[in-house]
Design a protein around this ligand. Structure first.
Ligand code: AHM
Length: 334
């Protein structure tokens, strides 16, 4: 089996990549490097835990439907523990924490982290792909942060990424200058660069949505999907849906097309959280040349009103996202 040295294309490690990113900036403090390195450690820790799921790790099925599984709580603890050690994270907004998490040691830390520690829980027990998502925002206010501060629209997202735990562990990262993919080589315990400067296809040939909700959708979405299936003279689209946003998004990013979770009669604002899932992935897709919208507004431009608000989302190849927006507009005019 070829290893890192024998490989004809030497794969840069994620550690080296992060170091190089910092060198591009004039005022180097090392804090951003440390933060990204911590995300790398988190990825390895959660990946290692998931490799043993079903053997000796508890899934911890919750008693109440909306509560996280025990394993999601452990994933969140891994994030909080490791991020708290960095010294630069002031507050964390986690999908599984009803309130903003203050990092006591460094309350004034200049970064806000938004995290979904473990996404796609219904896939865990089946060995199907799951993932973690994070977004790093730079605080504009240097005072002790409040919830209002967490929602301040002037806080700029400076990096985001996701880890996908599937047949391999994949780490996709943007620091605002393109998108790069790394795969964990379990033999040496390092993430290696496997796809550089990813660009999403202008248009794809697949859509990714839970069609079980079809009866509850608006006519615009019903018609959009019907046209992908029964196009006039053109080739029909392929449907793909894993049920884990990270998995579905990753395929969309690499192969093109669209992932969507529209609002429906039961969930007018969809299911997926704006801050912990949609904004970080919108930042990535935008950096790769794609688009992300709630049907009207660019996801990156939506000002959150609460830390756990959900949003409809249409994300992927720019032509595909625009096409669905045309359907929405057309139906609004009727
Ligand atoms: P989960 O982590 O509780 O499974 O919920 C998040 C997931 C997303 O990853 C996925 O895109 C979506 O929920 C699937 O929802 P649905 O089953 O309604 O299609």
């Amino acid at each position: 089996m070829a290893n890192i040295i024998q490989s004809p294309n030497y794969h840069m490690t994620l550690s080296k990549f992060i170091f190089n990113e910092e060198l591009k900036h004039e005022k180097i403090t090392g804090e951003f490097t440390e933060l990204l390195s911590s995300c790398q450690t988190i990825a390895k820790a959660i990946s290692a835990m998931l490799r043993r799921v079903g053997l000796n790790e508890p899934y911890g099925t919750p008693e109440k439907e909306k509560e996280p599984m025990k394993i999601q709580g452990i994933a969140q603890d891994i994030f909080i523990k490791i991020l708290s050690e960095t010294g630069s994270v002031g507050i964390i907004i986690s999908r599984f924490s009803p309130k903003v998490i203050d990092v006591e040691k460094t309350k004034k830390g200049k970064y806000i982290l938004v995290i979904d520690p473990l996404d796609g829980v219904t896939n865990i027990e089946l060995g199907l792909p799951t993932g973690s998502i994070f977004g790093i925002m730079l605080r504009v206010d240097s005072r002790v942060p409040t919830v209002e501060d967490a929602l301040n629209s002037n806080n700029k997202m400076v990096a985001s990424g996701y880890m996908m735990y599937g047949s391999t562990t994949i780490f996709v990262l943007t620091t605002g200058e393109g998108v790069n993919e790394f795969i964990l080589d379990p033999q040496i315990g390092e993430f290696l660069l496997t796809d550089k400067a990813i660009r999403i296809a202008e248009k794809g040939m697949s859509y990714s949505v839970n069609e079980g909700y079809l009866a509850l959708w608006d006519d615009a979405i019903k018609e959009y999907i019907r046209e992908r299936k029964f196009p006039d003279k053109k080739k029909h689209y392929t449907a793909r849906y894993v049920g884990s946003m990270v998995g579905d998004f990753h395929r969309t990013l690499k192969r093109g097309g669209i992932f969507m979770y529209p609002g429906n009669k039961d969930q007018p604002f969809g299911k997926l959280e704006l801050m912990s899932k949609c904004k970080p992935l919108a930042f990535i897709v935008t950096q790769a040349g794609g688009a992300a919208s709630d049907g009207h507004t660019n996801i990156l431009e939506i000002v959150p009103k609460s830390i756990h608000q959900t949003t409809p989302i249409f994300i992927g190849s720019p032509v595909d996202v625009n096409e669905v927006l045309e359907f929405v507009e057309k139906h609004q005019k009727r």
